[in-house]
Design a protein around this ligand. Structure first.
Ligand SMILES: [Zn+2]
Length: 223
């Protein structure tokens, strides 16, 4: 185990515990992966609570996905693999079964290409927007095709009746974006049917220009 590998293992455990203790993913749900410099990954084990991870038992996979050490990885590997494949700059992925995001995924009015309105600047800045993917049985490899179908436009994807999958350029970035998605889902539910004022298109444009964001809606190729 290299020293940077050891530090990443500690970080996965620390963020996992933090997410679990705040009730952001119950039981043994949720998983975290980090992509390493050699193309391999660290992945949380199957049937492991994010609250009680052991750094030494985190699965270490090579670039081809073969297990090199640690426990058997999560069966939700296809989710992670598809998002890394389409977001080549991503270094970490967080997947949770967080209550408010799951609730929003079942609402009839959800736009699959913009699950939540731009309620806050940090939602826009951290996630760039969220796409909805239809329901698949957990572990079904078909979910990977659905994620690839988004053509890398989204770093944040919400699986219907299941939960968010969010990529970041660091583990911290992926965790913060997932938290922002969950909190924005909570705001949306609090405000639903109260006719809230979201950020205007001009306010979103200003964030895009000021922070150099690339949003799915601003690429001009998704109608
Ligand atoms: Zn899941």
């Amino acid at each position: 185990m290299s020293s940077s590998d050891g530090k990443l293992r500690e970080e996965i455990c620390r963020y996992g515990r933090s997410l679990f203790e705040r009730g952001l993913t119950p039981g043994s749900s949720g998983n975290i992966s980090v992509r390493l410099d050699d193309g391999g990954w660290l992945v949380t084990p199957t049937n492991a609570s994010l609250g009680f991870l052991d750094p030494a038992r985190i699965a270490r996979l090579d670039a081809a996905g073969h297990l090199l050490s640690g426990d058997k990885p999560t069966k939700e590997i296809p989710l992670h693999a598809a998002l890394y494949e389409s977001r080549t700059e991503a270094r970490a992925i967080v997947h949770l079964h967080s209550t408010h995001a799951v609730a929003v995924s079942m609402l009839p009015e959800i736009d699959p290409r913009a699950v939540l309105p731009p309620l806050t600047p940090y939602y826009v800045m951290r996630t760039g927007g969220t796409a909805l993917v239809p329901y698949f049985r957990p572990g079904d490899p078909a979910v990977a095709d659905a994620i690839r179908g988004l053509a890398g436009r989204y770093s944040a994807v919400l699986l219907a009746n299941h939960g968010p999958v969010v990529a970041g350029d660091s583990l911290e970035g992926a965790v913060f974006a997932t938290e922002e998605l969950e909190e924005t889902a909570r705001l949306y539910l609090l405000l639903r049917n109260l006719n809230p004022r979201a950020l205007s298109p001009a306010q979103v444009d200003d964030l895009v220009a000021h922070f150099g964001l690339t949003l799915p809606d601003h690429r001009g190729d998704c109608g």
